[in-house]
Design a protein around this ligand. Structure first.
Ligand code: C2E
Ligand code: MG
Ligand code: MG
Length: 654
C-alpha cells in the first residue's frame, strides 16, 4: 500500500511537471491558431488532473475520523474529473484541427460538439452534492480507524462511455481524412494512441497504480516536440505564417474537402522596389502590410508567401465576407505604402480563388502567383474566378504531358522548308504535337510553356531529339533531298547536365552526323546576359550541331549579338511579314533586315508564308528559304515523305 502510494505520487508528480512544461510552452504559441489553442487546453487538463489527484493523495494520509476532511477530498475529486473528462473531447478536437476538418467552422457546430462533455461535467458537479449513499459516480467514506475508501458508483462508466465516443469520433476523423495528415502528423498521432492505450491497459490491470496520467503527459510532450514547433512555419520579418504553412494548411484543407476562398496579394515589380529601397526599408513596408492584413482578417489565416506576396484563407461559403475583405484590400492597396521616410506605390495583383471551384489541388497553388501581371494603368488588378480558368486548364495540360510521356501520345510533325534558288524542299522543321485521349489535340504554344515551367521539357526535349533522329534514319531522308533538319530547343533545356554530350550520343546511336541536326533557339534578354546559358549554346556548337536563330523579329532581337554569333540560319518571324504587308514602314523594316542579314552571310528562312504575294514580296527582298502553309502545314512523318518525294520529283524509295 505504502509503496503503491509512493509510485502513484511519483507518477502524478511526473505527469504534472511534464504537463506544466507543455502549458508554459503552449502559452507562448500563436493562440489564434486553433491547433495551438487546443494544445494549450490539453496541456492544462493534463497538468491539472494529476495535480488535484496528487493533493488528494497527500491529504488522505492526514485524514482521520476527527478532522473529517472527506469533503475536501470530494472537492479535489470533482476538480480531477472536471479536467480529466475534458481531455477526450480536446484530444479529438486536436485531431480535427490537425487534419483541417474543423478550422474556420461555424460556432453552432462547436456548441453541438461540446454537449456530451458538458453533460458529463454537470453530472460530476451534481454528484458531489448528493447524499453519500446515493452518489452515482464515486464516493468517499472515512472508516472508523481513520482510513478512507474510494468507490466507483453505479454510473461511473458514463465517464468512459462519453470519453470513448469522443475517442471513436477522433479516430474516425483521423482515418477519414488520413490524406490530409503529413507523415509527421500520422507518426505523432499513432505514438499518442499507442501510449494512451498502454497507459489505460496498465491501469485496468492494476487499478491502484495510476499510470494513465503519466502516459498522457508523455504523449503531449511528443506533440509539443513533433507537431507544435512552428519555428519553420513563421516568417521572421513579418511574424506571419510563411509559404510552408500556407502550403500545408491548404493541403490539409483540400484533403478534408473544405470549401473556402484564397486571396493572394502580389506586387509583380517587387524586385525593383526591393532594389530601390534596400532590404531594411522594404521589409519595414512589408511589416506595415502584414499589420494591415491581420487587422482585416484573422492573423492565423494570413500568410507571407515570399517574393513580396501575401495570402489569406477565408473558410466557408460566405461570399459577402469575401467581398467585404476584397473591397477593403482593393481600396487600401490603391493607396501608397510607407515606412519611415519612404513611400512606394506599386501596382498590385489581387487574386481571389475559390476551393474547389478554381483550385482543387495544392500543386496548383503556385499558379495563383503566376499568370498575368498587373495592368500598367491600374494600381490594383483584380483576378477572380472567370480569369482563373487558366489554372484548371494548366493543371489539365500538366496531366496530359505526364500521360503523353508515359503513353506515347506525343507525335513529331514535319514542316517542309523550301529553297528558292533550287526550287526544292531542302529541310524540315520538326514540330511537336500532343494528342491526348482526354483533351484531344493540344498545340505546342500551350503545352511547351507548361513543360518549361514544371521541368518536363527536359524529358520532352530528349524524346523530340531522338524521335527526329529515328525519323531521319528510318526514312533515309538525305536521299529525298533533305539536307538537314531543324529541331527546336527551349532555353530551359540548356542547363541540363552535359546536354551537348547527350545529344551527340543519341545522334551517334542513330548514325546521324551532328551537322545534319540544326538546333533552333529563341533568344531572350535573360539568356543573352546569362554566361552559363551562352556556354551551353557554345558547347552544342563545339560538338558539331549547327544553330538556327528562331523567331527573329519578335520581342528580343539583339543585332550586336547577331553579328558576333555563329548562327547558320536566321528564321524571320511571321509577324515581320504581316507588318510588311500592312504598310510601307513594315516593308522597309523587313527589307533592311534582309539586307543586313544577307550582308552578314547568314541564311534566311522566312516563317509563316501563306500566300503567293507574300512569297513574291520576300523573294524581292532576297529571301533564301521559305517555310509556311503555302507549301505545307506541319504533317505526320508518312505524309511528309510523300510530299517531299512528289515535290522533289523523286521516284524511288531508298
Ligand atoms: P516555331 O519554332 O517558331 O515554329 C513555327 C510555328 O509556326 C509552328 O507552330 C508552325 O506550325 C507555324 N507556322 C508555320 N508556317 C505557318 C504559316 O504559314 N502560317 C501560320 N499561321 N503559322 C505557321 P507550332 O507547330 O504551333 O509551334 C509553335 C511553337 O512551339 C514553335 O514555334 C516552337 O517555339 C514551339 N515548339 C514546337 N515544337 C517544339 C519542340 O519540339 N520543342 C520545343 N522546345 N519547342 C517546340
Ligand atoms: Mg522553331
Ligand atoms: Mg519560329
Amino acid at each position: 500500500m505504502f509503496t503503491k502510494l509512493n509510485i502513484n505520487v511519483g507518477l502524478c508528480f511526473g505527469a504534472f511537471v511534464v504537463a506544466l512544461f507543455c502549458v508554459v510552452a503552449a502559452s507562448r504559441k500563436n493562440l489564434n491558431r486553433l491547433q495551438h489553442r487546443t494544445f494549450l487546453y490539453i496541456s492544462i487538463s493534463c497538468a491539472a488532473a494529476p495535480l488535484f489527484s496528487l493533493i488528494a493523495d497527500v491529504l488522505m494520509t492526514f485524514c482521520t475520523v476527527e478532522n473529517n476532511i472527506a469533503w475536501l477530498l470530494i472537492l479535489l475529486k470533482v476538480l480531477f474529473f472536471l479536467f480529466h473528462s475534458f481531455l477526450a473531447p480536446t484530444y479529438a478536437l486536436y485531431v480535427l484541427s490537425l487534419n483541417g476538418t474543423i478550422v474556420g467552422r461555424k460556432k453552432r457546430l462547436w456548441f453541438i460538439y461540446w454537449i456530451p462533455a458538458m453533460i458529463v461535467e454537470l453530472f460530476n458537479i451534481i454528484n458531489a452534492f448528493l447524499p453519500s449513499d446515493i452518489r452515482p459516480l464515486y464516493t468517499y467514506t472515512v472508516t472508523a480507524d481513520g482510513m478512507y475508501a474510494y468507490e466507483r458508483g453505479p454510473a461511473a462508466f458514463v465517464f468512459y462511455v462519453v470519453a470513448l465516443v469522443y475517442a471513436a469520433y477522433g479516430i474516425f476523423a483521423f482515418i477519414r481524412n488520413i490524406k490530409a495528415m503529413t507523415t509527421r502528423k500520422i507518426f505523432s498521432m499513432s505514438f499518442f494512441v499507442a501510449l494512451i492505450f498502454i497507459g489505460i491497459a496498465i491501469q485496468l490491470i492494476n487499478k491502484d497504480v495510476r499510470v494513465e496520467a503519466f502516459a498522457e503527459s508523455i504523449s503531449i510532450l511528443s506533440f509539443l516536440v513533433i507537431l507544435e514547433s512552428d519555428k519553420e512555419s513563421i516568417n521572421r520579418d513579418t511574424g506571419l505564417y510563411n509559404d510552408i504553412a500556407f502550403y500545408e494548411d491548404n493541403a490539409t484543407a483540400m484533403a478534408a474537402k473544405r470549401h473556402y476562398t484564397i486571396i493572394t496579394v502580389k506586387a509583380p515589380d517587387y524586385l525593383q522596389y526591393l532594389e530601390m529601397l534596400g532590404k531594411a526599408s522594404y521589409t519595414g513596408i512589408e511589416i506595415e502590410i502584414a499589420k494591415y492584413l491581420t487587422s482585416v482578417y484573422k492573423p492565423q489565416l494570413t500568410y507571407y508567401l515570399a517574393s513580396g506576396s501575401f495570402g489569406i484563407m477565408v473558410f466557408g461559403d460566405d461570399e459577402e465576407l469575401v467581398d467585404q475583405i476584397v473591397e477593403k484590400l482593393d481600396a487600401r492597396f490603391k493607396e501608397p505604402w510607407g515606412h519611415g521616410d519612404v513611400e512606394i506605390s506599386p501596382n498590385w495583383v489581387i487574386t481571389v480563388a475559390k476551393v474547389p471551384e478554381d483550385i482543387e489541388d495544392p500543386s496548383q497553388l503556385h499558379y495563383l502567383l503566376l499568370g498575368r501581371n498587373a495592368k500598367a494603368d491600374q494600381k490594383v488588378t483584380l483576378r477572380k474566378s472567370a480569369s482563373l480558368q487558366f489554372i484548371k486548364r494548366r493543371s489539365m495540360i500538366e496531366g496530359a504531358i505526364a500521360r503523353g510521356l508515359r503513353d506515347n501520345n506525343f507525335k513529331l510533325y514535319y514542316q517542309p522548308i523550301w529553297d528558292a534558288k533550287r526550287n526544292r524542299i531542302v529541310s524540315a522543321e520538326a514540330l511537336l504535337r500532343l494528342i491526348d485521349p482526354e483533351l484531344g489535340f493540344i498545340g505546342p504554344d500551350e503545352f511547351i510553356p507548361v513543360a518549361e515551367e514544371n521541368g518536363t521539357i527536359i524529358d520532352l526535349g530528349h524524346w523530340v531529339f531522338e524521335e527526329a533522329c529515328r525519323f531521319a534514319r528510318n526514312n533515309d531522308v538525305q536521299n529525298l533531298g533533305i539536307e538537314w533538319l531543324e529541331i527546336n530547343l527551349s532555353i530551359y533545356q540548356l542547363p541540363e547536365k552535359d546536354l551537348a554530350g547527350r545529344f551527340l550520343e543519341i545522334a551517334h546511336r542513330y548514325n546521324i552526323p551532328p551537322s545534319f541536326l540544326n538546333i533552333e533557339i529563341t533568344e531572350t534578354a535573360d539568356a543573352d546576359n546569362d554566361t552559363e546559358l551562352l556556354g551551353c549554346i557554345q558547347n552544342l556548337m563545339k560538338v558539331g550541331f549547327p544553330l538556327s536563330l528562331d523567331d527573329y523579329g519578335t520581342g528580343y532581337s539583339n543585332l550586336t549579338r547577331l553579328i558576333q554569333s555563329k548562327y547558320k540560319n536566321i528564321k524571320l518571324d511571321r509577324s515581320l511579314l504581316l507588318s510588311a504587308e500592312e504598310g510601307e514602314i513594315g516593308k522597309s523594316v523587313l527589307s533592311s533586315i534582309y539586307k543586313t542579314i544577307s550582308s552578314l552571310s547568314f541564311h534566311t528562312i522566312q516563317e509563316g508564308v501563306e500566300t503567293e504575294e507574300q512569297k513574291n514580296l520576300i523573294l524581292s527582298f532576297g529571301a533564301n528559304m521559305i517555310q509556311g502553309f503555302l507549301f505545307s502545314k506541319p504533317i505526320p512523318e508518312k505524309d511528309f515523305v510523300e510530299y517531299v518525294m512528289k515535290f522533289n520529283n523523286i521516284h524511288y524509295i531508298a
